[in-house]
Design a protein around this ligand. Structure first.
Ligand code: GLC
Length: 802
């Protein structure tokens, strides 16, 4: 058997499978090492310590630039490369890559000699007609995470996934594929992780041990075998490196962190203003209202229905007066109508995708027959951005890009349709998965060109890199428990894959949630980055007041809570903007070496940032929730009880409760709630602190609306906490180019016993605070064991508690 296998290994073509063969010669250039293989070409690009690009082609490498990768290769040579008799060794600070000569296979090991990842000895990289595939050894204890917007459990082991952006309403708990393709995988074995990003836009596949445990493989129906290997072993390192390659989220406008209300569709204009008024009358915070397809004139993009919305500017002004932003849906399909300006312009300027014979392609969507802008044509993107300017000038605050898989009725956009491909003409097969990405790019570029204000772009479809332009919501879900669970899982998986700004249609798009399901979904929504209620056409109302007073009251308090957490959440968005790390994180991202964090049960909890643990109730009838607390001490933010970590606890979860825990050392910035972001100038910033021996926190703030932060107009506030016999809290404002307008800091410090003495020092003086005097002193709540004190902002201060 072995002899047969070895025979097969050295063969170059077996049963239609063509292997890359053996190394025949090689050369090193500034950028890569190129190996000529007996049946192909292989280039190995050292990018930085631990990050390598592996590229295989049959005859020649394509010159088409990546749609996903925006980082240009830097000069880097901090590695050694040596040839030996039957292999080559490339070594850097972290890794050794062994390339065997015959056959050419890759094995990547760490400095302890532990194999991190290797080609399957027998199959390696293979071509099967147009298809390219890479086979990797699958270890019994290896698990997989990531892959972007995928259903099912967080661990993807044992499953087969397709990357082909697909409109599939009312998908099931395990349906695949959906709207977004992120061919980026994180493999974890013995809690050590690596990443693989397969940058191929054709329909691709990841088989992670489905149907066979002999190997795992990824491949595509065409194109190159072009993948990036990213060494961890920390998962956080991988996500940072992956988003260095493909980009990070931009800072959204701060209002985009507020609650958003949508429905298919709110019309006419009076319905929209009445909806806005209802939120305000009922004191339910809300920042954004959405207009779905019925606002347009016969579903023609860039138009308004003249009867339903006779004066859009008046509407946006009225909404703005009440503190609302307006986002309109914009689908790609441009109605094929010879009297319609956008259609005429697009035809005249050759901006639409065409059949190979030059006829403009038409597909059927909401407006009936429609043309499809070729967003891979820079001229089309430019035109589209300019068209959006009309809406921007009318006061529209963001765009909701839908149906951009691209979806057509019948689900079959013809493969042969031609696209510009950014100067590399090609067909739909290659462009399909990046169509949504390029549409979102056109949208964001248009916004940046025509407005000084940040706008929000929301997209349904995308490819790796979509995080640079848009928030992604998980499409047409269902009002069911399964989908509540998916609403918890999918954003976590997307966060591991570079998509930090995500969320689901709260309450479910299709169907009617039970009141309990609605509440539980809202509670989850408070801690998902994108927080929007939406509902399909002809459904029972799903606004916060639609389920009676009792539910409305719980939902009001739930949404208010989101508004309390805005400074903290905005800071987490900023962290993500800088690092690429997700806002909503699987437990194992923060506690990678704790096996319990990988269990199926623990996946229904998540961290927001470093220290806040959220354990949403993901079932409508659940009265108790089992909650896992990883290492450390945890403060229950509902009961103010302290729990030691490394244990499962069980808690009663009445309908109005969402279990929340702050890890010792955790500091959270909050503020009082408002009906909408920016309703009033809030002069007090709260810090909620659970002191540990030493911890710190830096809060980022900016104006929340312009791009001035890009030129340094922002402020940082730093809190340093030390606890031994005395608890010391230092607050400094190391950078304050932006005037936050705040006057006070309110500290809420968890402190196990009543304090004896609290002093506050600043540059001028040192004051001993009086108890039970909130203005000049402090208050200690013996029930919650929280000290509350307020000090003036705008100067460095130190609080000492004994
Ligand atoms: C798609 C979207 C949905 C929207 C509907 C009408 O189904 O996913 O959110 O409401 O189209 O535009």
């Amino acid at each position: 058997m072995i002899a047969i296998m070895i025979g097969l290994m050295s063969a170059e073509c077996v049963w239609g499978f063509e292997y890359t063969g053996s190394v025949t010669s090689w050369q090193k250039t500034d950028q890569y090492i190129e190996f000529n293989l007996s049946n192909g070409l292989f280039r190995l690009y050292p990018l930085e310590s631990g990050v390598y690009r592996f590229r295989y082609a049959r005859k020649s490498f394509s010159s088409v630039p990546s749609y996903a990768v925006i980082k240009t290769q830097e000069k880097w040579s901090d590695f050694t490369f040596q040839e030996y008799e039957d292999h080559f060794l490339l070594s850097d600070h972290f890794l050794t890559i062994r390339v065997t000569k015959s056959p050419c296979r890759i094995r990547i090991s760490d400095k302890q000699g532990r194999i991190i990842n290797q080609d399957d000895d027998f199959l390696g990289v293979a071509f099967d007609e147009d298809e390219v595939r890479c086979f990797k050894t699958l270890y019994p204890n290896e698990n997989f995470y990531g892959l972007g917007e995928k259903t099912g459990e967080l661990n993807k082991r044992g499953n087969h996934y397709t990357m082909w952006n697909t409109d599939f309403p009312a998908y099931s708990f395990t349906h695949d594929p959906l709207y977004v393709s992120i061919p980026f995988l994180i493999g974890i074995r013995d809690q050590q992780a690596y990443g693989i990003f397969f940058d191929n836009t054709y329909k691709s596949t990841f088989n992670l041990g489905a149907g066979s445990s002999r190997f795992y493989w990824f491949g595509a129906e065409k194109g190159e075998m072009d993948y990036y290997f990213i060494y961890g072993p920390e998962i956080k390192t991988i996500i940072k490196s992956y988003t260095n390659l493909t980009g990070k989220i931009p800072m959204p406008p701060m209002w985009a962190l507020g609650y958003q209300q949508s429905k298919w569709s709110y019309y006419p204009d009076e319905t929209v203003t009445a909806l806005a008024a209802k939120f305000r009358q009922r004191n339910i915070p809300c920042d954004v209202l959405y207009l779905d397809i019925h606002y347009m004139d016969g579903y023609r993009v860039f138009t308004w229905d003249p009867l339903r919305f006779p004066d859009p500017k008046k509407l946006t002004d009225e909404l703005a007066d009440q503190g609302f932003k307006l986002i309109t849906i914009i689908d790609p399909g441009v109605k094929a109508d010879s009297h319609y300006t956008a259609a005429k312009e697009g035809l005249e300027q050759n901006l639409f995708a065409t059949y190979p014979d030059g006829e403009v392609y038409q597909g059927e969507v909401w407006p009936s027959w429609a043309y499809f802008p070729d967003f891979t044509n820079p001229a089309t993107r430019d035109w589209w951005g300019n068209k959006l300017n009309g809406l921007i000038q009318q006061g529209v605050d963001g765009f909701w890009n839908d149906m951009n898989e691209p979806a057509v009725w019948g689900q079959s956009f013809p493969d042969m349709v031609r696209f510009n491909g950014n100067g590399y003409p090609t067909n739909h097969k290659q462009i399909h998965n990046v169509y949504g990405l390029e549409m979102a790019r056109a949208t964001m570029d248009g916004i940046r060109k025509h407005s000084q204000q940040r706008h929000l772009v929301v997209t349904r479809a995308g490819y790796a890199g979509i995080q640079r332009y848009a928030a992604v919501w998980t499409g047409d879900n269902v009002s069911s428990e399964d989908h509540l669970r998916l609403a918890c899982l999918m954003p976590q998986g997307m966060g591991l894959s570079g998509l930090a700004y995500t969320g689901s249609d709260v309450g479910g798009f299709i169907g009617v949630p039970s009141p309990a399901l609605y509440v539980r979904w809202m509670q989850l929504g408070v801690f998902t980055p994108f927080f929007r209620g939406h509902s399909a056409v002809n459904q029972q109302d799903k606004e916060p007041w639609a389920f009676g007073d009792y539910i409305e009251d719980i939902v009001r308090r739930t949404i208010l809570m989101r508004y309390n957490y805005i400074p903290f959440l905005y800071n987490e968005f900023h962290q993500s903007h800088l690092t690429g790390l997700p806002i909503m994180r699987p437990l194992f991202l923060n506690f990678q070496y704790d096996p319990e964090c990988y269990t199926s049960k623990a996946q229904y909890q998540f961290m927001v940032g470093e220290n806040l643990l959220v354990a949403p109730v993901v079932s409508e009838k659940e009265n108790f929730k089992e909650i896992y607390l990883p290492e450390g001490q945890w403060l229950d933010l509902n009961s103010f009880k302290v729990y030691p970590g490394n244990q499962w606890i069980s808690q009663a979860v009445p309908l109005d409760k969402i279990p929340l825990f702050l890890k010792a050392g955790g500091i959270i910035a909050r503020q009082s709630s408002q009906n909408y972001i920016g309703e009033r100038k809030l002069d007090t910033l709260e810090f909620h602190i659970y002191p540990a021996s030493a911890s710190d926190y830096e809060l980022y703030q900016d104006d929340g609306q312009s791009y001035a932060y890009e030129n340094g107009t922002y402020s940082l506030t730093r809190i340093k906490v030390e606890q031994n016999k005395t608890t010391t809290i230092q607050v400094t404002e190391p950078y304050h180019q932006y005037d936050t307008g705040r006057k006070y800091y309110q500290f809420n410090v968890f402190y196990a016993q009543s304090p004896h003495r609290i002093t506050v020092k600043n540059n001028q003086n040192s004051v001993v605070l009086r108890e039970d005097d909130l203005k000049q002193g402090f208050r200690y709540d013996s029930r919650s064991r929280v000290i509350c004190l307020t000090i003036p902002a705008g100067q460095d201060s130190e609080i000492q508690i004994r």
